[in-house]
Ligand binder design. Structure first.
Ligand code: DX5
Ligand code: ZN
Length: 218
């Protein structure tokens, strides 16, 4: 089933609970949480204590996207905080395989994310170990950027790679610049999980926007 994962990066941080309830009522499937360290990306957002607070009020799974250097030091903290999906960046560590094993051993879904310039070939020897690939369709760090058109080709190539390698259990997630206007074309390329921050929160009616997005990818 295709899933909508609203990004809390565009929410009202002074009243997260209100926005989380609104997203859940609107039919969101996952809550996408962007963790940034001011080192791997030029922005700083939230840490495990905030994820823990979100977990207390959320009733849908937490999709935690680590945009941090040396993620091996922090995966346990984010799992303890309540991550249901935990995604690291391939560019952030030389030890993707080891960290993926660590995440899986704790019973959490493991994802690997690729920046726009990183080819899908880096996933060749890890496909059987992961649950998710997150294709960045903007450069990570900020909400509200435009979808990089070349990402569509990358999603199609990844879909083919999963089929060719008998790894269709791996979900394809796309993050950055997803709006109602382009969600169908991203879906047709092979995306399973759609992250959208400004596309949902800047809509006149965010709840209706989630419903419209779900209709478009059905
Ligand atoms: C960007 C983050 C995204 C961001 C998406 O680095 O990973 O999750 O919140 O925001 P939009 O949908 O506004 O591009
Ligand atoms: Zn993200």
């Amino acid at each position: 089933m295709k899933k909508i994962a609203p990004s809390l990066l565009s929410s009202n941080f002074s009243n997260l609970e209100k926005d989380i309830k609104m997203l859940e009522e609107g039919g969101a499937d996952l809550l996408h949480i962007d963790v940034m360290d001011g080192h791997f990306v030029p922005n700083i957002t939230i840490g495990p204590v905030v994820v823990e607070a979100i977990k207390e009020v959320a009733s849908i799974p937490l999709d935690v996207h680590l945009m941090i250097s040396d993620p091996d030091y922090y995966v346990d903290a984010f799992i303890d905080a309540g991550a249901d999906y935990l995604t690291i960046h391939a560019e952030a560590t030389p030890h993707v395989h080891r960290i993926v094993q660590k995440i899986k051993a704790r019973g959490v879904k493991a994802g690997v994310s690729l920046n726009p310039h990183t080819p899908i070939s880096v996933l060749g020897n890890i496909l059987q170990d992961i649950d998710l690939v997150l294709i960045m369709s903007v450069n990570p760090g900020f909400g509200g950027q435009s979808f990089i058109p070349h990402s569509l080709e990358k999603i199609k190539q990844l879909k083919k790679m999963l089929i060719d390698n008998n790894a269709e259990h791996v979900e394809i997630e796309v993050d950055g610049g997803i709006k109602l206007e382009n969600i169908k074309i991203v879906s047709d390329a092979g995306c399973d999980i759609f992250v959208s921050g400004s596309g949902i929160f800047k809509a006149e009616n965010p709840k209706e926007m989630i419903a419209e997005m779900k209709l478009a990818i059905r």
